[in-house]
Design a protein around this ligand. Sequence first.
Ligand SMILES: NC(=O)c1ccc[n+]([C@@H]2O[C@H](COP(=O)([O-])OP(=O)(O)OC[C@H]3O[C@@H](n4cnc5c(N)ncnc54)[C@H](O)[C@@H]3O)[C@@H](O)[C@H]2O)c1
Length: 431
Amino acid sequence: MIINKSIKPAQGRLGVLVVGVGGAVSTTLITGVLTIRKGFKKPVGSITQMATMRMQDGEEKRIKDIVPLAELDDIVFGGWDLFPENAYDAALYAEVLKEKDLNLVKDELQSISPMTAAFDHNFAKRLNGTHVKQCATRWDMVEQLREDIRSFKVANHCDRVVVLWAASTEIYLPMSEEHMTLAALEKAMKENNTAVIAPSMCYAYAAIAEGAPFVMGAPNLCVDIPAMWEFAKQMNVPIAGKDFKSGQTLMKTVLAPMFKTRMLGVSGWFSTNILGNRDGEVLDQPENFKTKEVSKLSVIDNILEPEKFPDLYGDVYHKVRINYYPPRKDNKEAWDNIDIFGWMGYPMEIKVNFLCRDSILAAPIALDLVLFSDLAHRAGMCGIQTWLSFFCKSPMHDLEHQPVHDLFTQWRMVKETIRNMVGETAPSYLD
Ligand SMILES: NC(=O)c1ccc[n+]([C@@H]2O[C@H](COP(=O)([O-])OP(=O)(O)OC[C@H]3O[C@@H](n4cnc5c(N)ncnc54)[C@H](O)[C@@H]3O)[C@@H](O)[C@H]2O)c1
């Protein structure tokens, strides 16, 4: 392994505290990691566990042999949820994985019980769990979460902790002046301004305050505000997100670059899907769907650049729909109809029908975001980790920069960052 002396080694145990630890993505992530480390399954879909890249001299190496990532054996899971079931019972409820697969690690799953959630019903009206903290103010919420992180770390002998949001999507929250500076954010928390301080912000603040990288797997505003960027830099903590790029958007960020590279025009893109899990139920609430819609809509314009190519992309009709349909549970079905045009403006149509498994796609992304954020922390990186845009539907970026959505450009960003960490440059021929 090539080790840059400035990257601290991944020594000791890594606590992974998951917000929404009883959810479909979380229980699929945890069961996957536990079964993989026992040798029962392979880490399919995980970049940190399986991907390779070329080094300066042309040699191809596994990423995990280039940079010192935490071993799966060293991970300890915990987290919060507003339903009290342990991870085994929660996974049975989620119905993503077969019981026979859960039984491979039943004891370990049963030993993971959620801490009480920091929750406000106004931010997810479809959820009615009772395993919830009593908090006088949002600041009190932060203090309780900080105490949870500290106690977990001590009780589980962890050297480091990463906090991962894999909880429900909160209602749409526009950015306001309370989010612009750390001082304003803290003031709003202390004054208990519940209209502008989402519970997710309290988790993010608590994580950063405890020196733990924070990963945002949903599209919530949360850590994507100048106040949190400021705090993350001040505390030297990496933050990453938002919204796992798992299915339909993954396809979009592959197909749209192809249209642009071939200079084919696009006149419309209609995306719809049916989904029957708890995530689908929460997103059935218009205020919660709005958060997701904003996250999904920006992708195409960003890649196609209509201002640069008005003849090709100046008039794209883009629509995204998510329909809650209980019989499908986690097995989402997505349809895309793409109206394109070619030589002399002649129209053509592309239909994509993706019968995916939402949490099967999202779990390795969550694992990679956690392990790379921990790596970034040990490499002395802090603030927004734009190189992790590869994993996100709505990549975080500061006010001066545009997000990058093209999957292949994003992949180059991952490789570039890893090369920089170990003092290498790209090979001179095809990367
Ligand atoms: N599955 C995917 O492909 C995918 C892709 C992108 C984003 N996401 C996002 O990931 C998140 C999780 O998805 P899921 O399918 O696992 O959903 P889920 O509904 O199965 O799980 C979410 C869990 O979060 C818990 N929760 C909600 N608010 C909480 C809070 N304040 N504190 C603690 N726990 C809380 C809920 O009780 C639930 O157990 C969602 O926001 C979803 O939009 C999922």
